[in-house]
Design a binder for this molecule. Sequence first.
Ligand code: ATP
Ligand code: MG
Length: 236
Amino acid sequence: MTQALIELSHLSFSWPGHPQLLDIPAFRLEPGQTLFLKGPSGSGKTTLLGLLGGVQKPDSGSIRLLGQELTALAAGARDRFRVDHTGYIFQQFNLLPFLSVRENVELPCHFSKLRARRAAQRHGSVEKAASTLLAHLGLTDPSLLGRRADALSIGQQQRVAAARALIGQPELVIADEPTSALDYDAREAFIRLLFAECREAGASLLFVSHDQSLAPLFDRHLSLAELNRAAAPCEV
Ligand SMILES: Nc1ncnc2c1ncn2[C@@H]1O[C@H](COP(=O)(O)OP(=O)(O)OP(=O)(O)O)[C@@H](O)[C@H]1O
Ligand SMILES: [Mg+2]
């Protein structure tokens, strides 16, 4: 079997003082695959994504990303590994409001030499990588690049967040419900742009949502309750 991009085994997690939230015997995501993961609000989707990024540590079990056991790394090394290999589109986008659009998109390249190098190799410079990605995602107006992130519409913020996740070609792009503020046509168009960029970069996409209508667009779709033995029976 080829190496999985993500491989979980016997993963268990609870928030301190709360009952077990996640109990996942096994899960794999293959390189280049697009996966839609659905689950109701509060079922643990964002928590699982935090574990995959090494933000949280599991109570027990194994999380391998590109063959690296995340639980074996100290916090600083885990953060570096995450920024080198994972692009994250947050549920609330989490753009830095006081930075410009360009500065927000370039941010991962300040924290990761690997991503800065890859962005420069592919596009000539980090700056060019940022403007090219934004244009591919539909933000073609050059005056937008210098605008502060807090002066953007929701749809524009979403595209900036996607460009920031994609810059420097991380192997894994994680999208945490980034389309909930858009109507169906805009959502589908955004997802198709995201697919095109991930395909070009050879990245896998793990996309989380409770909007089931998006599922058929992906290579594979799963419900968190199918993976998670700690899920309430009504969630399956
Ligand atoms: N930092 C935290 N401390 C304690 N409990 C938390 C924390 N973050 C989340 N939880 C709890 O863990 C459970 C799962 O939350 P999570 O955010 O992972 O759900 P979700 O599936 O992403 O929901 P949504 O679809 O609303 O985003 C909830 O009961 C939530 O209250
Ligand atoms: Mg969530």
